[in-house]
Design a protein around this ligand. Structure first.
Ligand code: SF4
Length: 387
């Protein structure tokens, strides 16, 4: 029987590195044309191998090409990647096919190539329209380029997602309001709003440690969140996940798959996957990954993986609880695989009753979820479910 399953393909290439970024990505100028061709071929080999495993359904409900900046490798190569996908996998009816885009290279020519490759959902990393904010983030585009790219895509595509970041060093409510209002004028189908995280090992973390920039304080962070919820709540956008808002029917199916704990393939250097109760992460070095795939030693189940972890039954239970609580659908306690509803309530019932009384959680018979206030404090609430 087929189940929902997604496919994530990682293109670890960017024009330059943003200061806050800890994703696996390398500057474009380190790749020759031949490197790029070989990387695309390596992806084909890994796709073929994973399809042959028969670990889960081979009918894909979503494909997501992210990075990095996937469009930098040339649309013709993206066409080749999508041809490999359909060569080895069956796409479900109305399969969601998303590509991440960066404002610095969004042109009519590129969009024609992407449409030819079959993408039906476009996710543009705007982050901000404000030049000083973009400078602080180390983004490789200006506010005007972000504006032009977002307006162009809004005219041309029917399923558009825009990303913004809040809680920057020296941030202000006025800066954030201006950015979100500009996004709302464009009426994207989906909006992702992320609070800036200072990740270890990034240039931003070094700037913070050296006292060159100051992290936003908790009070301002809370005000930004509250204003955002108050502003979006009366609109048609549904707050369907802590950081994500969508018009009806325009939720990211691919990301919903992660939150609903469904399996997914991860392909490419630095990609992660979750199949058959195992989580794996591929080697993040694209040249090493390419070499591995070209050697063709597919004796291991996940031949490009540098980490494979069997997720214990208990970890899977905790994962299902926490990920479902990120969504506004909440957690159906009768549908957690590995634990009965009775056992769930025995373990967590008292705490959940307290959270409900504090206005942080709601309960509807066997379904529980976080309120807007609870979402703002989700990291603390999730600790309740940790071992
Ligand atoms: S564009 Fe995205 S992936 Fe590339 S460096 Fe910036 S944040 Fe990282």
């Amino acid at each position: 029987m087929s189940r929902n399953i997604g496919l994530y393909i990682h293109i670890p290439i960017c024009r330059s590195k943003c200061y806050y970024c800890d994703f696996s990505s390398y500057p474009l100028n380190r790749f020759t044309e031949k490197d790029l061709d070989l990387y695309v071929l390596a992806l084909e080999y890994e796709l073929k191998h994973l399809a042959s495993l028969g670990l889960a359904s081979t009918e894909l409900t979503s494909v997501y090409i992210g990075g990095g900046t996937p469009a930098l490798i040339d649309p013709a190569r993206l066409v080749l990647i999508m041809e490999s996908v359909v060569r080895y996998f069956t796409l479900a009816n109305s399969c969601e096919l998303t590509i991440e885009l960066n404002p610095s290279n969004c042109t009519p020519n590129l969009l024609r190539g992407l449409q030819k490759a079959g993408f039906n959902r476009y996710s543009l990393g705007v982050q901000s329209f404000n030049d000083p904010a973009l400078l602080q983030l180390g983004r490789a585009h200006t506010g005007e380029e972000a504006r032009a790219a977002a307006q162009f895509l809004r005219q041309e595509v029917s399923n558009l997602s825009l990303d913004l970041i809040y809680g920057l060093p020296n941030d202000s409510l006025a800066r954030w309001q201006a950015d979100l209002e500009e996004v709302l004028v464009l009426q994207p189908d989906h909006i992702s709003l992320y609070s800036l995280q200072v990740e270890e090992g990034t240039p931003l973390a070094r700037q913070v440690a050296a006292g060159l920039v100051e992290q936003v304080d908790d009070d301002l962070q809370a005000s930004l969140w509250e204003w955002t919820c108050d502003r979006l709540y009366p609109t048609d956008y549904e707050h369907y996940e802590i950081s994500n808002w969508a018009l009806p029917g325009k939720e990211s199916r691919h990301n919903l798959g992660y939150w609903l704990y469904t399996p997914y393939y991860g392909v490419g250097a630095g990609a992660a996957g979750f199949l058959g109760g195992q989580r794996y992460r591929n080697s993040s070095d694209p040249w090493f990954y390419t070499e591995l795939m070209r050697k063709g030693k597919f004796t291991a189940k996940f031949p490009a993986a540098e980490e494979v972890e069997r997720i214990s039954k208990e970890q899977q239970v905790i994962g299902q609880i926490i990920l479902a609580l990120r969504t506004n659908r909440g957690l159906n306690t009768e549908r957690i695989v590995g634990i009965s509803a009775a056992e769930f309530w025995r373990r967590y019932g008292q705490k959940i009753t307290e959270y409900c009384a504090m206005g942080l959680m709601w309960r509807n018979q066997q379904i529980v979820g976080l309120t807007e206030t609870g979402m703002a404090l989700s990291n603390r609430i999730f600790l309740t479910f940790m071992p």
